[in-house]
Design a protein. Structure first.
Lengths: 406, 291
């Protein structure tokens, strides 16, 4: 690809269990901090899993009136915080109405959450369609004063990667000059916690929350639900270079596939997921051996982590012993439809700080997950190319390749 | 600081991508009819038993529409493994979620079914189509609310072109009207409608139909945000347009306004005779029924 044709990430906005600014998130993820704790926000006495990884209170963006902002739905607050941060970071905030600006949000269970939250407040919105006049996307677009292309896209845990890929697509097609894309999720609710718990997917290490999320470990027993999100500003490298913008990373490659195996359980055939990784590598014009760091999807469930290890062994071959792999879900929990976006952020951090985030709680690696792990502590090393896997619930597989901008 | 007008992407006109619509399927069903479809969504295309047991009603009708499209396009023998799926349901699972919430109120956490989230999330329709047809290409859900149709057409076309997929199933679904209280008269009369389009590159069409997107451009100084144009075409409008495509006297263009004075359009080439969709059962909307 011509270097001027490249798509760069030039702005970042984040609200995560590790913090609400890029610097804080970077410091904390490399410090290996666990964010999981017991749930006190609602009654969990009858839930099998009673822990989660929450975000800190969403800050008020500088462009907003505090009291008006706090009246908004918390998920809307999170989107606006991340979008405002990203646009300000990229230097586009004051000019956002002068340019062709697109918006792509990865949101997987918007209406499940909206209707449930309303129910807990005593409402009946689920059975009153007249109350559903505006989607989260509509609200965010309206609040930001945007009029360009905008969509909501969902592929479960892979939503964020699809959102970033869609943004790149619009940019390369010349439909927009700049695009804000990513995913946010605040779906740790009584019913969602119950649903995932009743399907057997959640950790029941309720007496030791900080050590419950333990991807690739022999004693893993399920994932810990997390909250948060990340939005990015993407634009053409030529444009970014001309205006002297900071280049966090180049969007180098993307690949996607589907297991077509089961609506919940990952396939034990590594083929489809491996296809997604290979497609991403081909798109980025790199070989598997060129990858310096892999952010695994690895959720801390017995089946999925082993399945992913098999995928990595299939794709990497002998290089599986040379390429470090970590799962940052060990710290943040699983942010569901926002996980891919937040893990893209961790790859950006790895490129920026030249360090690999760890997999914490990895005391006893599962032999079926025979990879080059980064247990407990971050590792400093040269990082030029990262790969982030996100394999959605129901078998939607994606891989995102980011490259350091020289 | 350089002006935005120095941007080479702004200087070049944006792409107006297009593709062929090889086939389509339209299915409409009442609540009672959906029960039949759940067991047998298509008379001639068999799926694994109980595949749709836990699926939402819109998912059932959407799968049926896709199967009709397959047979309409004579694609039954074609390998679909590398295809893609884009689904745009509208308020998926409203009725089912209301039922789940009622059970939660009565039984607490134990009342939430394990299938509540995987079968009612936005990606559930595309995931089920992918599963039913053993499609290993990309599958995504889009929209979820009033703009599901726009989002699905847009994403289907651009996905097909970016990944050079041999084909993409786009399926859009909605209740008309949306269900309210379960025993309300309007709920009993409600129709669940799904339209599926088979998008393929170039000239591989048997219907003479094309989908094209014109992205438009912002008006300088425009600040009024109108994400949806007043009274855009509905899913029923699209269904009726497709159903009448075999009648050469009918309009040749279906147009859907988009942002920045852009639009999406489905056009029937002048002089082409679109084959009538297969008429199989009471759930299918053929030209006669749509008249």
């Amino acid at each position: 690809m011509n270097k001027d044709d490249a798509i760069w990430i030039t702005g970042v906005g984040a609200g995560t269990p590790l913090g609400n600014t890029y610097q804080t998130v970077a410091d904390q993820v490399l410090a290996g901090r666990s964010c999981a704790r017991s749930i006190t926000e609602f009654d969990v006495s009858r839930h099998v899993s009673k822990i989660f990884a929450p975000i800190e209170p969403v800050p008020i963006p500088s462009a907003w009136n505090e009291s008006a902002f706090r009246l908004l739905d918390p998920l809307e607050q999170l989107h606006l915080w991340c979008a405002t941060q990203a646009l300000q970071d990229a230097g586009w905030w004051d000019r956002r109405r002068e340019i062709r600006l697109g918006l792509v949000l990865g949101i997987g269970g918007e209406w499940l959450r909206t209707w449930e939250v309303d129910m807990h407040r005593g409402g009946n919105r689920a059975l009153d369609p007249q109350q559903d006049q505006e989607s989260m996307l509509d609200a965010v677009q309206r609040q930001l004063g945007l009029a360009g292309p905008a969509i909501t896209i969902a592929a479960a845990c892979a939503s964020g990667n699809y959102a970033l890929a869609q943004a790149r697509r619009w940019l390369t097609m010349g439909w927009v000059d700049v695009c804000v894309a990513g995913a946010c999720n605040l779906h740790v609710t009584p019913m969602s916690l119950a649903g995932f718990g009743n399907v057997g997917a959640l950790s029941q290490r309720n007496n030791d929350p900080p050590r419950a999320s333990r991807p690739f470990d022999m004693d893993r027993d399920g994932f810990v639900m997390g909250e948060g999100g990340a939005l990015f500003v993407l634009e053409h490298a030529a444009q970014a270079r001309r205006r002297g913008a900071r280049a966090y990373a180049e969007f180098a490659g993307f690949g996607a596939s589907s297991d077509a195996s089961h609506m919940v359980i990952p396939s034990d055939d590594p083929g489809p997921a491996a296809q997604a990784m290979r497609a991403a590598l081909a798109d980025a014009a790199v070989n598997a051996g060129d990858i310096d760091y892999i952010n695994a999807h690895a959720t801390s469930t017995p089946l999925a982590d082993t399945a992913e290890a098999r995928v990595l062994q299939t794709v990497l071959g002998d290089d599986v012993r040379k390429i470090p792999v970590s799962s940052t879900k060990s710290m943040t929990g699983h942010l569901l439809s926002a996980s891919a976006a937040v893990e893209a952020l961790f790859c950006v951090i790895a490129l920026d700080r030249q360090a690999i985030p760890p997999t914490i709680n990895l005391d006893n690696p599962d032999p079926t997950c025979d990879l080059l792990h980064v247990p407990h502590h971050a590792r400093s090393q040269a990082v030029s190319i990262t790969a982030s896997n996100s394999f959605g619930f129901g078998g939607s597989n994606t891989c995102l390749i980011l490259r350091k901008v020289a | 600081m350089a002006s935005i007008h120095d941007n080479p992407s702004a200087a070049a006109p944006p792409n107006s991508p297009e593709c062929a619509i090889r086939a389509f399927g339209v299915v409409e069903a009442t609540h009672a009819q959906i029960s039949e479809l759940r067991n047998k969504p298509h008379q001639r295309h068999l799926l694994p038993a109980k595949l749709l047991k836990y699926a939402d009603d819109q998912t059932v009708v959407a799968v049926a529409a896709v199967l009709h499209a397959i047979h309409d396009g004579n694609l039954q023998e074609r390998t679909l493994a590398d295809w893609g799926v884009v689904a745009g349901p509208r308020f998926l699972g409203r009725d089912a979620v209301a039922g789940s919430m009622e059970r939660f109120r009565r039984r607490g956490a134990l009342g939430v079914s394990p299938v509540h989230i995987p079968y009612l999330s936005l990606h559930a329709v595309s995931g089920m189509v992918s599963l039913a047809l053993r499609i290993h290409g990309p599958n995504v859900g889009v929209g979820g609310a009033r703009t599901s149709m726009t989002d699905a057409l847009l994403t289907g076309l651009t996905l097909q072109q970016e990944h050079r997929l041999p084909g993409v199933f786009v399926v859009i679904s909605a209740w008309d009207p949306e269900p309210t209280a379960r025993n309300a008269p309007e709920t009993e009369r409600a129709i669940c409608r799904a339209v599926s389009l088979v998008l393929m590159p170039g000239e591989q069409d048997s219907h003479g139909l094309k989908l094209r997107i014109h992205p438009g451009a912002p008006t300088p100084g425009e600040t009024d945000v109108k994400r949806t144009v007043a009274a855009p075409p509905s899913l029923m409008d699209l269904a009726q347009f497709l159903a009448k495509c075999s009648d050469p006297r009918q309009p040749q263009t279906w147009c859907y306004p988009w942002c920045w004075n852009g639009h999406m359009e489905i056009t029937r080439a002048a002089g082409s005779l679109v084959a009538a969709p297969e008429a199989t059962d009471i759930h299918d909307v053929g030209p006669a029924r749509a008249a």
